[in-house]
Design a protein around this ligand. Structure first.
Ligand code: ZN
Length: 291
């Protein structure tokens, strides 16, 4: 499932071909993804110019020169592929420490955007948990997809003071709270496990009992693990885009996620990474150094 750094990498890959461009042709090849497309989806987008491509949590926001914003969510398996006017065709490239999903099957190509500069952007989604909608730009923050959403983890609004207030008196573990979109937007299981491990904070300890200075460190590690993954994604994207323009997911080399039974990589720790399943989700952590 794409997490925030993957979505940001996709945004970074799509922006050069979409920003400032007019959509000459839009095709929805089925009536729905996870949700039905709006009735006016194709008409509203055809001829619209994409002013800017933003991200909020794990949503891509294509700001249009119209009253609506095109909102896109990749769900579990959504991905984009770019075909350039020179006819470059996709192929499997798996640079460095990243790996990509298998080549997309044409039967899972559900939405096609063509710009007046001749680029074609195709959305593939085998499982169709992704979705697209048109949301009134002026009231976007009030839309159910966004209402009540906490600050972006990489923004200045996500700071030690914010986390201190969010954790105060809470009995749930830090992991549960960091996954709560009202506390901070867009964080998923993988990066929360990584950040808590690097900050040496137990995922299960009552959040209200994590002392203040450790929360400042936790904020810094959340930002660091996301920023590192975005940088890694960006460099993989440059390699990949040169080859064929396809945008896949990348999998970062994680320190704790999916590493049960391995030695803890934290300096000076002799512990072994453990896994505990809660509510169907695995938490990877080091029982020795995460207190
Ligand atoms: Zn450890």
């Amino acid at each position: 499932m794409p997490e925030l750094p993957e979505v940001e990498t996709v945004r970074g890959g799509l922006a050069p071909v979409l920003e400032g461009q007019r959509l000459a042709r839009v095709e929805a090849r089925r009536p729905d993804l996870r949700f039905p497309f709006p009735d006016n989806f194709v008409q509203e987008l055809t001829g619209a110019r994409i002013v800017r491509l933003d991200r909020r949590a794990k949503y891509l926001l294509a700001r249009l020169d119209r009253e609506a914003t095109l909102v896109m969510h990749l769900g579990m398996s959504g991905r984009f592929e770019i075909a350039r006017p020179d006819g470059a065709t996709p192929g499997a490239v798996r640079p460095g420490e990243f790996h990509y999903a298998p080549d997309p099957d044409p039967k899972h190509a559900h939405v096609v955007f063509e710009t007046d500069a001749g680029a074609r952007v195709t959305y593939y989604d085998p499982r169709r948990f992704g979705f697209m909608g048109l949301v009134d730009t002026a009231t976007l923050e009030l839309h159910p997809w966004f209402a009540g959403m906490g600050p972006e983890p990489l923004s200045d609004a996500f700071d030690a003071q914010h986390l201190t207030q969010a954790f105060a008196g809470r009995k749930q573990g830090p992991k549960t709270l960091l996954l709560d979109q009202r506390v901070v937007a867009g964080l998923g299981n993988i990066y929360v496990c990584e950040a808590l491990h690097r900050a040496r904070i137990s995922p299960f300890k009552p959040a209200g009992r994590v002392a203040g200075p450790r929360l400042a460190a936790l904020v810094a590690t959340v930002k660091a693990v996301l920023a590192e993954a975005i940088v890694a994604g960006g460099s993989s994207l440059r390699d990949y885009a040169q080859a064929d323009g396809a945008l896949g997911y990348f999998q970062h080399r994680f320190r704790v996620y999916d590493r049960e039974g391995r030695a803890c990589p934290n300096e000076g720790c002799q512990g072994v990474i453990a896994r505990r399943v809660q509510a169907g989700r695995s938490t990877f952590y080091c029982p020795a150094c995460q207190k």
